[in-house]
Design a protein around this ligand. Structure first.
Ligand code: FES
Ligand SMILES: [Fe+2]
Length: 440
């Protein structure tokens, strides 16, 4: 498959439009794996998943299978999940704890930093074989760094620091962690995994799309509106009904009251489109009142007020992460092929908060991210329809120009949509995409 030239790639993005090849061409996908996922900081997991030395979770950087593991020196390593002998995947469990990793095929054994430490039947290997050669290791990502517990890795030894890469988006991570009375959050519960037959870029493109809910989620909006309030007054049922009803807010609301902000590097966040009466039940919910009291006891009334006034919905950290503080959800995008994508969804517990807060997190996860979710399934259907639509010639240029003429600087180094349904965050992702794909 010939690699597309930089000029050819640059020609696929025009002001407010992109060519359908960016979603459909396997050669573009291969180049993305190399130039974007081979260079950017990519989210690989949360520190709470690997608390003790030897704790590990499987993850990916682009298509490359990786293991995030806490080494015996206390540092987190991210190593290629591939045996240096004949290439077998070494770690087959999704998570666990191990003193060392032994390959299932011929028993080569690696330390938790990837070094080869034991080779059975050593006498049979030729003279040039040197187990101390770094080339016989499970190769470690050259750079691993974290921000407030969120761990990123880069396969590129040079390039901007994680702090520079995240820029203003650090405030979204702050928003997530600040909500914990103990200033600490942890991954809890299981992992939802889903897949769709479409390009990886479609996923983040949808999570800040304020123009789609009223169309895509019509069936669940109608069902929730028809639902009698008296049936579901508390807990998961209440959250589900309120969330689905709010997806049907009128067009003027989506245009004028939500807000969309974008930052260099392809990152963005959408404003919260619920208020306490509609979803969080803050004022009337005794568990939420208990939570606020715990937060105030630790952080004081003024800081608690400041934290509660941050109202963001999904924050996208391009290229592979989207998370949301209000219900502590986090989604990781794994590109599999040009027309196949997996998404893994995690829930977080706020340390020091009443147990009911995490019950609401799980309830919300079931409504919006579960495999039986009446909301998520609509989105998956849409990605699949785009996936099949973009493969055929015809409409060559895809329109991503909504809001193009009214977007404006936000005064913090970013650009905001005056109209909340602006596709500015998609154009912003393509600015970053071009930088990696067609830049030096
Ligand atoms: S492939 Fe791993 S030991 Fe042979
Ligand atoms: Fe949706």
């Amino acid at each position: 498959m010939p690699e597309p030239t930089r000029d050819e790639i640059a020609g696929l993005v025009r002001p407010g439009r992109v060519h359908r090849r960016v979603y459909a061409d396997p050669a573009i996908f291969e180049t993305e794996m190399e130039r974007i996922f081979g260079r950017a900081w990519v989210y690989v997991g949360h520190e709470s998943e690997v608390r003790a030395p030897g704790d590990f979770v499987r993850t990916r950087i682009g298509r490359r299978p990786m293991v995030m593991v806490r080494h015996e020196d206390g540092n987190i390593r991210v190593i290629h999940n591939q045996c240096a002998h004949r290439g077998a995947m070494v770690v087959a469990k999704d998570r666990g704890s191990a003193k060392q990793f032994e390959c299932c095929y011929h028993g080569w054994t690696y330390a938790t930093d990837g070094r080869l430490i034991h080779v059975p039947l050593r006498h049979g290997y030729p003279a040039h074989f040197d187990p101390d050669d770094p080339g016989t290791a499970m190769v470690a990502a050259p750079r691993v760094d974290s921000y407030r517990g969120f761990v990123f890795a880069s396969l590129f030894a040079d390039g901007p620091s994680l702090a520079d890469f995240l820029g203003y988006m650090t405030t979204s991570f702050d928003d997530m962690v600040d909500r914990s009375p103990d200033d600490e959050i942890e991954v809890a519960g299981g992992v939802f995994k889903h897949a769709y037959d479409g390009n990886w870029k479609l996923y983040l493109e949808n999570l800040c799309d304020a123009a789609h809910p009223i169309f895509v989620h019509r069936s669940s909006i109608d069902a929730a509106r028809a639902q009698d309030d008296s049936v579901h007054t508390t807990g998961a049922g209440e959250i589900a009904v309120r969330q689905m009803r709010q997806n049907g807010a009128p067009h003027e609301f989506w245009r004028e009251q939500v807000g969309i902000w974008t930052y260099p590097g392809g990152h963005a966040f959408l404003g919260d489109y619920h208020d306490d009466e509609k979803l969080v039940a803050a004022s009337g919910d005794p568990a939420f009142a208990e939570y606020l009291a715990a937060l105030e006891a630790q952080k004081g009334a003024e800081e608690t007020r400041r934290i509660m006034e941050v109202t963001r919905w999904n924050s996208n950290v391009w290229p592979n992460l989207s998370f949301m503080s209000q219900f502590r959800q986090l989604r990781v995008v794994h590109p599999i092929a040009v027309d196949r994508t997996e998404v893994h969804t995690y829930a977080f517990r706020l340390k020091g908060a009443p147990a009911k807060m995490f019950e609401d997190t799980v309830a919300f996860a079931n409504v919006t991210n579960g495999t039986g979710s009446p909301v998520l399934t609509d989105d998956l259907e849409t990605y699949g329809r785009i996936g099949s639509g973009v493969t055929s010639a015809g409409a060559e240029w895809i329109e991503v120009g909504r809001g193009y003429e009214t977007d404006r600087p936000d005064g913090k180094g970013g650009v905001e949509g005056v109209d909340s349904t602006s596709e500015v965050y998609i154009r912003n992702m393509y600015d970053a995409w071009l930088g990696y794909m067609a830049g030096p």
